[in-house]
Design a protein around this ligand. Structure first.
Ligand code: NAD
Length: 469
């Protein structure tokens, strides 16, 4: 047998300089990754600086390299996707979609051009604005979409003409390392460096004096620490943080017609999606039908190893996250909630939790007020629409939200009242590469996605010169 990495199997242990990686579908260690020490970052960032001089100088070569990199990612999908599933847990089809998205993102940003813009203010000078690269970028990424979120950082940073040092989560370092090797075939040396390791590696990277932009995706608590670290060097920060998205069903909704989409908006990637539906608000008249429709799907969806083609939902990614999901669920049940589907771990090896639909949960239970980030969905009844909108907005987060209805104009009017960065009607979670992606409130700082994501990696440079006589 060979592993998806192409290497023969071996038994990783506590080898000095390495940390172990667990397969969440078995709970067993299956590989290891280099445990880089914080002080090693000095040489890495120095190399990123050295590589920056040539990389920023030639936009034509840069575009060609990024397009070649996209092709290389597509060509490596058959190796990348199973390794991603092995360490992350998600079904193989979702891993393939993640790899394809990484390649698409490279192509999207390679084609963007900010150009040079005149500034016309009536004064007798020619003022021209150009956007210039700012220097080495640090990227810090979580474990739920390792490749997709890595590409959301390196594609715009590299297209802007910056170099980048990227740190994946210690729970999912392997596919990102493989992606780094694939990209190394298309990019000049030092332009993109993947560093793996445990804390305080991320903290050091976020506060390294050679870094000009820290682009972080993860929890709000870590985001605050990252922003504090970057304050020491006055590096720019972009923070994509957590969410507690509400789905608001209106009283004309066709429950059966939307139930599949609503269910998967909550349970895709085992619910470990920043902009998953994490709370459903249903009109009291339809409450029982909504609960029943979701519970039916939760009870009949195949849960298992992501490498098994029959599985639609994989395991939770890691033991601390599973403990968090269990804790929130147990508390909701103790608070008077009912598990209409699931409500417990599955009695098998690995980090499996039964897809769970909770009814009758009090609005102040942590599974409603906090981001539980797992395969658990509370459904709450409401009597008046104003009350439902207030409840949907009653959270420190503001990433996304959705309204589900038959009358689309009425749904759009309700969507306008949601305090979040993206609102959907009759679906939830889909993002265009060309749209700005930003959270309101505690869900983030700065903008990723589309041209705004590119500008986030650039600085304005203005030249004034007198008009010719
Ligand atoms: P996390 O905050 O625990 O870790 C994220 C990354 O930060 C990891 O690479 C981790 O090793 C690193 N890290 C940990 N401590 C650090 C420190 N002191 N300084 C610098 N880096 C440090 O998050 P997680 O548990 O890996 O991911 C789940 C969270 O990510 C959820 O809150 C989820 O909503 C959020 N998320 C947000 C988005 C978004 O785009 N808004 C997307 C995906 C996930």
């Amino acid at each position: 047998m060979t592993l998806a990495t192409g290497r023969p199997p071996r038994t990783p242990g506590n080898r000095s300089g390495y940390f172990t990686v667990v397969d969440p579908s078995t709970g067993e260690v299956f590989d290891e990754a280099p445990d880089r020490r914080p002080e090693e970052l000095d040489a890495v960032v120095d190399r990123a600086h050295a590589a920056w001089h040539d990389w920023r100088a030639d936009p034509v070569a840069r575009k060609a390299a990024l397009l070649a990199a996209a092709d290389a990612v597509d060509a490596a999908a058959a190796a990348l996707a199973p390794l991603l599933t092995r360490e992350q847990g998600k079904p193989l089809t979702e891993s393939h979609a993640e790899v394809a998205r990484a390649a698409a993102r490279l192509r999207y940003f390679a084609e963007l051009d900010t150009g040079t813009q005149p500034i016309a203010d009536g004064r007798p000078v020619h003022s021209r604005l150009r956007w210039r690269p700012i220097g080495p970028v640090a990227a810090i990424v979580p474990w739920n979409f390792p490749l997709q979120l890595a590409s959301a950082k390196f594609a715009p940073a590299l297209a802007a003409g910056n170099t980048i040092v990227l740190k994946p989560s210690p729970f999912t370092p392997l596919a990102t390392r493989m992606l780094g090797s694939v990209l190394a075939g298309a990019l000049p040396e030092g332009v993109l460096t993947i560093v793996t390791g445990r804390e305080p590696l991320g903290a050091r990277l976020a506060s390294h004096p050679g870094i000009r932009h820290v682009s972080f995706t993860g929890s709000a608590a870590t985001g605050r620490a990252v922003a504090a670290g970057a304050a020491a060097t006055l590096a720019r920060v972009t923070l994509e943080l957590g969410g507690n998205d509400a789905a608001l069903l209106l009283d004309d909704v066709d429950v059966e017609e939307i139930a599949d989409r609503l269910f998967w908006a909550a349970f895709r990637n085992c619910g470990q999606v920043c902009m998953a539906v994490k709370r459903v608000y249903a009109p009291a008249r339809l409450y029982a039908r909504v609960v029943e429709a979701l519970a039916h799907r939760a009870n009949t969806t195949a849960v298992g190893s992501g490498l098994d083609p029959a599985s639609r939902i994989g395991p939770v990614n890691n033991a601390p996250q599973l403990a968090r999901v269990e804790h929130h669920t147990a508390r909701a049940l103790a608070d008077g909630g009912r598990a209409v589907a699931g409500g417990h771990r599955l009695d098998r090896p690995g980090y499996f939790f039964a897809p769970t639909i909770l009814a009758d949960v009090p609005a102040d239970s942590p599974v409603v007020t906090e981001e539980q980030f797992g395969p658990v969905l509370p459904v709450l009844p409401y009597d008046s629409l104003d009350e439902a909108v207030r409840a949907a907005n009653d959270t420190g987060f503001g990433l996304g939200g959705s309204v589900w209805a038959t009358d689309l104009d009425r749904a759009a009017a309700v969507a306008d009242r949601l305090e979040c960065g993206t609102a959907w009607i009759n679906h939830h979670g889909e993002l265009s590469l060309a749209q700005p992606f930003a959270g309101a409130k505690d869900s983030g700082v700065g903008v990723a996605g589309g041209p705004w994501g590119l500008y986030g990696n650039l600085g304005p440079f203005v030249v004034h010169r007198p008009r010719e006589a």
